[in-house]
Design a protein around this ligand. Sequence first.
Ligand SMILES: [Mn+2]
Length: 320
Amino acid sequence: MAVEVTNVDWNPEKSRRAEVALVDTAGTPLRLVDYEGAENPTDWKERHRYRISRCRVQTGGGGYALELAPSKKTRIEPLGPAEQCTKLLVIGDTHVGRTEHPRTGEKIDPIGAFATAVDYGIEQGVDAVVHVGDIFHDTATPVQAAFVDVNVFDPLTDAEIPFYYVRGNHTATPGDEVLSERGETVFHLDTEGVAVGASTRVFGIDHHAEGRLPWSALAFPDSVSEPVNVLVVHQTLEQLSGRGPRSVDLGRVLRRSGSQFDLVISGHHHDASRGDWRGTTVMYVGAAERMSTNKNPTDRVAWILTVENESVSSERYEIP
Ligand SMILES: [Mn+2]
């Protein structure tokens, strides 16, 4: 039978080398108790698949209906990492520090929206969270920054989900301190990019005023091994907003990079919108809390991106 490992507990008790939680191809959960007496050398890895033969199946313990009990006769063949899609939670313009809507004056709760979206991402099993800038507003206090630390970064750290971001045009010192003290979870994106899962690379460029990107300093790698490339920015984009003195032309960014981008996601504009440009999906992510000053706003929104078979799809999450 072929199984996929969902959890490994090494040396849980005397004479047990490991207890391995598995699912079979039908999705049925099973437990394998790897007794030392079976002299099995398998290096169990989570999210890897194995083919198991000549193994006794018995009524399970530990809450499992069935249990595998390998012996010296059992053969266990590693099949490598399970085929899987890569999922990202994308969020932007959280502006922690704002407490009132900039147009209507109604009370808003950026930290609550931020934490709710991140909880949803954790629940969905995302591989990473990507923030497209303006995490903190200029008015963010140390207490508000600490709230983000506890309600956003603690859960991500516990779930071992990395948080990648670019800098927007707003920030505050207490917020920057929290970001820099979370080195195990929080990472700044740059043009070198970072691999998320096996097939996706995420690049970032920080905000530059008036659309004046540091063109000659934009150094992307000549080539990357991941087939799907995502670029994160915090600008007005010519491809979504039209030409203008502050608009960044993605064509110019592309000419600086060795590869095509499958998706470009930007913060800065607080209404979510999406367009297609020469086969690249281009998106304004939209603000995570109500703060658009436009009529018919499309804010309080986040996105789940799924990369599967080398293509990206996006699903809007209306933050409740
Ligand atoms: Mn903003």
